[in-house]
Design a protein around this ligand. Structure first.
Ligand SMILES: Nc1ccn([C@@H]2O[C@H](COP(=O)(O)OP(=O)(O)OP(=O)(O)O)[C@@H](O)[C@H]2O)c(=O)n1
Ligand SMILES: C[C@](O)(CO)[C@H](O)COP(=O)(O)O
Length: 230
């Protein structure tokens, strides 16, 4: 039997930097979260979709899923206080399902422009390395600054912007999320494996695969959807 793959879409954040729930903002007429779900529903590499949403949005999300033809969505669960708590909820839910999924992608609901080719590249890389994350080279010069004082200017050739999807062997990332090292905050899932000394591979993400975070990102998103030259 072919190995099964799932995606956990985390969409339970507070959208503090946006000032309103960014997952439910329409982008060219279709809400952000729906666009993200579409990407995985139509990706042939994905068998199952677990949605993690805020407790306040549970009923609305269930209603949305009933309206849409998303037959891969198999669970909708409430998230936690931190992103990693929401991911852990998704992983624990997936762990109860049969047949078990060998591979799991973890993806931000706020990244609606993930493409099938990025999804495919992630799965291929994870099958080789057990853990693989999407990344693009940093374009700007980055400086480490504290209290207005420049501490360091790291070599840009070594810097990458990390995106999702992050793709893992399911048992590996599930265990990492329950390890004592997961008690400290982690802004992405790969960091939990890095703390355990595990190799994590990089695969090419895309500059279009932005995380909708602040107001300006909405302009970029609308322009992308209109096919405008930026
Ligand atoms: N407790 C949390 C925090 C974040 N997320 C999700 O993780 C993704 C990446 O997080 P981010 O963009 O930082 O979202 P927010 O935490 O909502 O943003 P902010 O920090 O501005 O409040 C988003 O899809 C968000 O909904 C989540 O499911 N649960
Ligand atoms: C996982 C992530 O999208 C990689 O860029 C990002 O770290 C999420 O971080 P945030 O602090 O929740 O924006």
């Amino acid at each position: 039997m072919q190995e099964k793959s799932a995606v956990i879409i985390v969409a339970a954040g507070a959208s503090r930097r946006m000032g309103r729930d960014k997952l439910w903002i329409p982008l060219a007429g279709r809400i952000t979260l729906a666009r993200t779900i579409d990407a995985f529903q139509y990706a042939p590499q994905i068998d199952r979709i677990v949605l993690v949403v805020s407790a306040e949005r549970l009923a609305e999300t269930q209603q949305l899923c009933q309206q849409e033809a998303w037959d891969k969505v198999c669970a909708i669960v409430p998230g936690g206080a931190r992103r990693q708590d929401s991911v852990c909820q998704g992983l624990d839910t997936l762990a109860t399902m049969q047949p078990a999924c060998r591979w799991v992608m973890i993806h931000d609901g706020a990244r609606p422009f993930v493409s099938t080719s990025v999804i495919e590249a992630g799965l291929t890389m994870a099958q080789e390395h057990l853990a693989a994350i999407a990344a693009v080279p940093v374009k700007d010069t980055i400086k480490q600054v504290r209290d207005g004082k420049i501490l360091d200017t790291p070599d840009r050739a070594l810097l990458w912007t990390i995106q999702t999807p992050q793709v893992f062997s399911f048992p590996l990332i599930h265990e990492a999320h329950h390890s004592p090292l997961a008690n400290n905050d982690a802004t992405d899932d790969a960091l939990l494996l890095e703390r355990l000394g595990h190799h994590v591979a990089i695969f090419p993400g895309s500059y279009i695969n932005i995380k909708i975070t602040t107001q300006e990102d909405l302009l970029f998103a609308e322009a992308c959807l209109k096919g405008q030259t930026l």
